[in-house]
Design a protein around this ligand. Structure first.
Ligand SMILES: NC(=O)c1ccc[n+]([C@@H]2O[C@H](COP(=O)([O-])OP(=O)(O)OC[C@H]3O[C@@H](n4cnc5c(N)ncnc54)[C@H](OP(=O)(O)O)[C@@H]3O)[C@@H](O)[C@H]2O)c1
Length: 361
């Protein structure tokens, strides 16, 4: 199953909204084929692995597959979607054993394979497999994406200066890492405060990743209560499209494709985060990354909508003129009354990267 998980890595930037799955086929203690989920509408991991056995063993493939075992990180699909059901291919090829990591609440693969007489064992490395598809499971079970908030800051928690000035706080290496996070996210969200201050592009600029199949740039969303953007910002002019959520729809010159404006009013006169989440859910968004300023970070934390905060901390102090990463009293272990559980810490060039999980209750 560990091999299947490592093959599943290849699906990371391309599978969504489908789950990222890896499959390994074994015969006589030898791996005879591996596969992963390709872009939507193309092969799922099981089919890819079977096809790879055919590529490798040609005329003998059928015989190799007969009575083999397959390890898959997620329960195979039993319903015909954009592609035929994977259970059918597994049964037709005479595979006799299947080892499954996570169960898929949308499928009846386990039931169907058992009925066909296969030996089915599920729950192998289940926690790891569930974690791997946390975005997919979040959308299916909570009807909202898994939300990661990225914060690039100084040692004293500053994400910028009230006096304006330098755009970058963290090193080039950290910023390159952020491009990988962006590529692994279905969508990226920011606030009008950040757009007006920094005019960001929020695209993926990474040579290796841009060679992958499918669309690599995440969808972009801006919360702009009263449509304060002017129309000449990169997000509105680079042709890649941006969806803007506002509180009160008014006439603006840039309201034409690929720009979309959606009214998502709340009583606070700011954009309703619940309506944003509902919209993202309808768009089958599994993972959302927030790259915004203090105000958006604060609203999302207060609404308990952030699942993970990733800090890139540069070895500098911004001092008294800094803008804190949230409007709550905050540190890297606690934001207001919310604890931050430290999941991982690493060094990226001169910076530190902290992966933390807010504990809300
Ligand atoms: N270092 C980093 O990681 C990083 C990343 C991004 C930004 N920044 C810095 O952050 C600063 C900007 O911070 P900011 O707080 O002004 O900008 P922001 O958080 O990006 O945007 C805030 C604005 O979003 C709008 N908004 C709409 N709905 C909202 C809601 N439900 N909750 C909160 N806001 C909502 C509001 O506009 P209205 O006021 O019109 O209602 C609000 O003023 C800049 O200095 C920028 O450089 C740093």
């Amino acid at each position: 199953m560990l091999s299947a998980l490592s093959v599943a890595e290849k699906a990371r930037y391309i599978a969504s909204p489908n789950p990222m799955v890896g499959a390994v086929i074994v015969k006589d203690n030898q791996i005879i084929g591996t596969g992963f989920t390709h872009k939507p509408g193309c092969d799922h991991a099981e089919i890819d692995a079977i096809k790879n056995v055919y590529k490798k063993f040609k005329n003998e493939a059928s015989q190799k597959l007969n009575n083999s075992s397959i390890y898959v990180t997620l329960e195979p699909c039993s319903k015909q979607g954009r592609t035929p059901a994977c259970t059918r291919a597994i049964i037709e090829e005479g595979i006799k054993e299947i080892y499954i990591g996570s169960k898929d609440p949308l499928q009846k693969g386990i039931e169907e394979l058992k009925k066909a007489g296969l030996t089915v064992k599920s729950g192998l490395l289940e926690d790891k497999c569930n974690e791997f598809n946390r975005g997919f499971f979040s959308r299916i079970e909570r009807q909202r994406p898994f939300v990661t908030c990225k914060i690039a800051c100084s040692e004293d928690g500053g994400i910028g200066l009230t006096t304006g000035g330098d755009k970058w706080i963290t090193s080039k290496k950290s910023r390159e890492d952020v491009h990988k996070l962006r590529a692994a996210s279905d969508a990226i969200l920011t606030g009008v405060g950040t757009v007006l201050a920094d005019n960001p592009r929020l695209t993926v600029r990474d040579k290796a990743l841009s060679k992958l199949e499918g669309e690599i740039h995440p969808r972009r969303y801006v919360l702009d209560s009263s449509l304060r953007m002017k129309g000449n910002e990169h997000l509105l002019t680079d042709g890649l499209g941006t969806t803007i959520f506002c509180n009160d729809l008014k006439k603006v010159s840039y309201n034409k494709p690929p720009i979309k404006i959606i009214e998502a009013a709340s009583e606070s006169k700011r954009v309703s985060l619940q309506k944003v989440m509902d919209y993202l859910n309808k768009e089958e968004c599994n993972t959302l990354m927030i790259e915004a300023g203090s105000k958006i970070n604060t609203s999302f934390i207060a609404s308990e909508l952030i699942d993970e905060i990733i800090f890139y901390i540069a070895p500098v102090k911004l001092g008294k003129d800094r803008i804190n990463f949230s409007e709550f009293e905050s540190s890297f272990s606690k934001i207001g009354t919310i604890d931050l559980e430290l999941k991982e810490i690493s060094e990226i060039g001169p910076d530190k990267k902290l992966i933390t999980k807010p504990v809300y209750s």
